[in-house]
Design a protein around this ligand. Structure first.
Ligand code: FE
Ligand code: FE
Ligand code: MG
Length: 162
């Protein structure tokens, strides 16, 4: 990033880069959890759930790209080793060992709720101090809020047809 672009960042760069790499690790784990979940899902409404999970996988991948590009722009290095994801993650990884639609929805809702809290805190950290990062984080948070809602609506449908 250019000199002036970095100069306007009013938070400790080391700390910001660490937090962005933690969020990047979350996004990769979320991506994989959705991606593999969409492949293994079984049970009632599996078609609809599969569609939503693979859509979310794509969006988590896009979040990873947005974060990695901003990390580079700030002069940092995005996490280079997958083994680091587990060390840095805020929200962890919930393996879809039970492929039942309801179980998968509950696991992923929990993940989205963690993502929402994580981005909320991150936005508060950069608020008014790094507008460019804040803008990117708000866009991601909007998606996470939508993800949670989409999954909760599916869960409600699933339960109402029991
Ligand atoms: Fe995400
Ligand atoms: Fe999400
Ligand atoms: Mg959706």
């Amino acid at each position: 990033m250019g000199t002036k672009g970095r100069e306007i960042v009013g938070v400790k760069l080391d700390e910001l880069l660490k937090l962005l790499n933690k969020a990047l690790s979350d996004e990769w784990l979320a991506y994989y959890q959705y991606w593999v979940g969409a492949l293994v899902v079984k049970g009632r409404m599996h078609g609809e759930v599969e569609k939503e999970l693979s859509q979310h996988a794509k969006e988590e991948f896009e979040h990873a790209e947005i974060l990695a590009k901003r990390i580079i722009q700030l002069g940092g290095t995005p996490v280079l080793k997958p083994e680091e994801w587990y060390k840095l993650t805020n929200c962890g990884y919930d393996a879809p060992v039970d492929p039942d639609t309801e179980k998968l929805l509950l696991q992923n809702i929990k993940g989205e709720q963690c993502a929402i809290s994580t981005y909320q805190k991150l936005i508060q950290f950069v608020e008014g101090k790094d507008i460019v990062t804040m803008h990117l984080l708000i866009e991601i948070l909007e998606d996470e809020v939508e993800h949670e809602e989409d999954l909760e609506v599916l869960l409600e449908d699933l339960r109402s047809f029991k």
